[in-house]
Design a protein around this ligand. Structure first.
Ligand code: M6R
Length: 605
């Protein structure tokens, strides 16, 4: 989704901002732009629809020497994908970028038009810029931003650059924003994603909502913070910057998604190491002290489907009842939150607006909040009372793969922490061995990838796809269909295998494919469900254990060995689904790492 980068310092600002924007590319966007303070002390803006390389190409035609600039990648919400709607937007001596949505933009725009202001774009963002400008007659820029901020509804981050003095202002409400400084390079930077600041900052600051960040060349500290009344504020968290940026990128892999699929066995092994022998011990101990009578699980997309597996662990192993709800629906259902409830949020980015909204609701109602999250320091991480890191490393592919696996496994560790087995070294060894067995089995699937590739080649051009599974395999049927839709742009649906006959079976003909996940549990019943599809000429891709009738009924068959995996089996099967989707998308020739219309981190509700 939209990305922000800003820089102020002695080195060439535009290069630094451009590099930051490139690092945010994985989040998804449809245009990009930069405003910089040129050598004549004037703001100059270059913005283009399409890839950042289009912008970089345009920038080659101008002298970009500069010591202050702001940049943006836009994922269109209000107004089409055009150069004019791209950010930054400029008015007079100000230029601004914005992430998020201004919910009362129409009313404010009408008012500003009545007062004689003219708009160039269709965006809600420009409303804030002109609103601030309109207040400058009586107020300083700092005061005008603070006043305007109080007048807008919705979740947003705004960043301004001022032509009149070398300074940048930023402020946010429920949207990601991080600032940083580099002591030796005397530079200040900001972004919507700490990933963009690696190398450019050695200390980073996470301002709270409503804290105005002021980056100024004339300030010895380079950054200062103010509250909504304009008084100095210490309402931010600060830490040294320890993330690493690995520019080795994809290595020998053609796509990040494939690289990330192959990283899974290693990550599975190191997760146990972290939680049983490393720094994670402390986190698991904290989790073990929770006394939940009931869990509320809330997440979006892939994280939601991983949450369904976590629900199976908490209910099946711990017998703790779970209520689960999509992040976008949670608070609008007026959830029943009671004493003894604990809320669990699952997210790769930790910045998903819908998940954060659910978390905010629980916090407000006094329900303890726990996260399973990948990005340490993200908004979700900072907002929750307890965090269990899923340790997936940076996930660049927009289609989430390794994060799903790590979410489910970390959920299994949470279930362990809440069980009587916690602290019993023999029982822990059994669990660690099970994780290793899973890693081995996944390794084996990765070595047999040619079988999956061949099947993908046979089926990638069919009319539609049903992923089916029963019991613990139902969540991976949902996730399998999501993956295929996202990257191959084909219609796919996930169904509980027993449910197809209640309606969707009307769609089955010789052009429809059923990717049928069959586990050792409920095997015969699931095979009967597949018979019903076969009888209507559907194409069957069977994924399951060695079984004569399953092999016979399948047009294509992928044999798996479930022995000893028990509740971790769905994660194993899911890797097959990931590879199937990946190769089908590859045969279709889509943009696998950056699928159309999608954003890696969805920061609007
Ligand atoms: O960062 P999060 O895990 O909170 O993201 C949630 C969803 O937006 C995300 O899983 C999305 O569905 C992915 N594109 C799935 O591949």
């Amino acid at each position: 989704m939209c990305g922000i980068v800003g820089h102020l310092g002695p080195s060439n600002s535009v290069d630094i901002v451009l590099e930051g924007l490139r690092r945010l590319e994985y989040r998804g966007y449809d245009s990009a732009g930069i405003t910089f303070l040129n050598n004549d002390g004037q703001l100059e803006t270059v913005k283009k629809t399409g890839k950042i390389e289009n912008l970089a190409g345009e920038l080659k035609n101008v002298n970009t020497e500069s010591m202050a600039s702001i940049g943006h990648t836009r994922w269109a919400t209000h107004g089409g994908v055009t150069d004019l709607n791209s950010h930054p937007h400029s008015y007079g001596h100000l230029s601004m970028v914005h992430n998020g949505i201004i919910e009362n933009a129409d009313d404010l725009r009408d008012e500003l038009i009545k007062n004689g202001f003219e708009f160039k774009s269709e965006t809600d963002s420009e409303v804030f810029l002109i609103l601030v400008y309109s207040l400058l007659e009586k107020l300083s820029l700092k005061e005008a931003i603070l006043k305007a901020f109080k007048m807008v509804d919705g979740n947003s981050a705004f960043v301004f650059i001022n032509e009149k003095s070398r300074e940048i202002f930023a402020i946010k409400r429920a949207a990601p924003l991080v600032c940083g400084t580099h002591a030796t390079n005397s530079q200040a930077v900001l972004s919507s994603d700490p990933y963009a600041l690696i190398g450019a900052a050695d200390r980073i600051y996470f301002p709270e909502d409503g804290v105005l960040c002021h980056l100024s060349a004339s300030n010895k500290e380079l950054i200062s913070f103010y509250d909504l009344d304009g008084n100095p504020s210490s309402d931010y968290k600060s830490q040294s910057q320890e993330m690493e940026y690995d520019p080795s990128d994809k290595g020998d892999y053609e796509h990040y998604m494939l690289k990330e699929i192959y990283e899974q066995p290693g990550l599975m092994r190191s997760l146990c190491q972290f939680y049983f022998d490393g720094d994670g011990k402390k986190l698991l101990k904290e989790a073990s002290e929770l006394k939940p009578e009931r869990f509320h699980i809330s997440a979006c997309g892939t994280a939601f489907y991983a949450g369904l597996l976590v629900r199976d662990y908490l209910e099946g192993i711990n017998r703790i009842p779970c209520v689960y709800e999509l992040g976008s629906e949670f608070r609008y259902r007026n959830p029943i939150l009671k004493k003894g409830d604990v809320s669990l949020f699952i997210s790769q980015s930790g910045e998903t607006a819908d998940t954060l909204a659910s978390q905010g609701e629980c916090k407000e109602k006094g329900v303890p909040t726990v996260s399973l999250v990948n990005v340490e320091g993200s908004s979700l991480f900072r907002g929750c009372d307890y965090n269990l890191l899923i340790r997936a490393g940076v996930e660049i592919g927009v289609a989430s793969t390794k994060a799903f696996t790590q979410m489910a496994l970390t959920g299994r560790l949470l279930s362990h922490a809440l069980s009587p087995d916690y602290g019993d070294t023999d029982k822990e060894k059994i669990l660690v061995d099970k994780f290793s067995l899973l890693a081995e089995r996944v390794d084996d699937v990765l070595h047999r990838v040619d079988v999956i590739k061949k099947i993908a080649e046979e089926i990638y051009n069919k009319k539609g796809y049903f992923f089916t599974g029963r019991g613990q395999y139902y969540p991976v049927a949902l996730e399998g269909a999501l993956k295929l839709k996202e990257i191959a742009y084909v219609h796919a649906e996930g169904y509980a295998a027993g449910e197809l006959k209640h309606g969707p079976i009307a769609l089955i003909d010789e052009e429809m494919v059923n990717i049928a996940v069959v586990g050792p549990e409920l095997k015969d019943k699931t095979i009967s469900n597949i018979q019903e599809i076969k009888a209507r000429k559907g194409i069957i891709v069977g994924i399951g254990p060695k079984d004569r009738s399953l092999e016979k009924i399948s047009d294509f068959f992928i044999e798996l060995n479930f022995d000893g995996l028990d509740e971790l089996s769905p994660i194993y099967v899911n890797v097959v689904n990931q590879l199937l989707s990946y190769y089908m998308a590859k045969f279709k020739g889509t943009d696998i790492d950056k699928p159309r219309n999608l954003a890696k981190s969805v920061t609007v509700e």
